[in-house]
Design a protein around this ligand. Structure first.
Ligand SMILES: NC(=O)c1ccc[n+]([C@@H]2O[C@H](COP(=O)([O-])OP(=O)(O)OC[C@H]3O[C@@H](n4cnc5c(N)ncnc54)[C@H](O)[C@@H]3O)[C@@H](O)[C@H]2O)c1
Length: 262
């Protein structure tokens, strides 16, 4: 697997200018791929544009993944560069609000579902014709441990991540005959800015120290460890590669065996 190549494969990554998406982009570029990424955050995009890897193989665009017009525009830009693609990584997904159902607003619920599920529809619909032109390829959708287990205080997030699994299983069946593989990655507790925010919100809601919440999160994995963004990027690069050419319809945890989420 260390020799795995993605030479000249063309990969779209949404929400790719920081976090797991950016770690994945860097791994794909280092293995010879072209990467077309988008993000809603201009500050992160500026950093990407200044990065030494920003060469002839990396293209980055501003795009709110939950806005269908923005996504259409992103694909118009991509089509100026390439007629076909090998892979779509639907990485976009926000944490959503923290709280019991009675305390959550419809606005927050709707935003979480729009960003985490409906956005995937916008990208997938436009990516499929480009992957068909390639005569096959791979779609990776991001779920979470919250897409296979309940997740107290995060009901909209759990709803969105279970939905991702349902859509992906269905797509794998619809697209198999076109040699398009569809898989789901469920990342565990990732060391990074997002978990800092999640831990802060949970600590505030439950009035428990951040240290205790952090320890609890880590203990939810049998391996009692943080997961790193690069662990997820490596799984993406494997699933895109020819080494995974017969893997489809799978829900894959990269989580040190997460056994509970509470
Ligand atoms: N971090 C974790 O612990 C964790 C655990 C399980 C699953 N996941 C999932 O992995 C994926 C990536 O997570 P992450 O931790 O890298 O996320 P993150 O919160 O660090 O955000 C990554 C990027 O998403 C961008 N983004 C947010 N909303 C966007 C939008 N509407 N349009 C375009 N870009 C947008 C941000 O600007 C940022 O650059 C998500 O689907 C997330 O739900 C993460």
């Amino acid at each position: 697997m260390t020799n795995l190549t993605l030479k000249n494969k063309k990969i779209i990554i949404n929400a790719g200018a920081s976090g797991i998406g950016w770690a994945t982009a860097k791994i794909c570029l280092s293995k010879g791929a072209y990467v077309y990424l988008c993000d809603v955050n201009e500050k992160f995009l500026k950093k990407v544009k200044k990065h030494p890897l920003n060469n002839k193989k990396l293209f980055s665009y501003i795009c709110d993944a939950s806005n269908e017009d923005h996504v259409s525009n992103f694909f118009r830009q991509i089509k100026k560069k390439t007629k076909k693609i090998d892979s779509l990584i639907n990485n976009v997904g926000i944490a959503g609000p923290t709280g019991t159902i009675e305390k959550l607003s419809s606005k927050d619920w709707e935003k979480t579902l729009k960003t985490n599920v409906i956005s995937h529809f916008y990208f997938t619909k436009l990516a499929i014709p480009l992957i068909k032109k390639n005569k096959g390829g791979s779609i990776i959708n991001f779920s979470s441990g919250a897409g296979i287990m309940g997740f107290p205080l995060r009901s909209p997030y759990a709803a969105s991540k279970w939905a991702v699994v349902g859509v992906s299983k269905t797509l794998a069946m619809e697209l198999g005959k076109f040699k398009i593989r569809v898989n789901v990655i469920c990342p565990g507790t990732i060391k990074g800015d997002r978990m800092v925010r999640v831990i802060k919100d949970k600590s505030k809601f439950l009035k428990i120290s951040k240290k205790k919440i952090e320890k609890d999160f880590i203990s939810m994995a049998s391996m009692n460890c943080w997961i790193f963004e690069e662990d997820i990027g490596k799984m993406c690069s494997f699933l895109i590669s020819d080494d995974a050419s017969r893997i489809s319809g799978q829900v894959i945890g990269v989580d040190g065996n997460a056994i509970r989420l509470d």
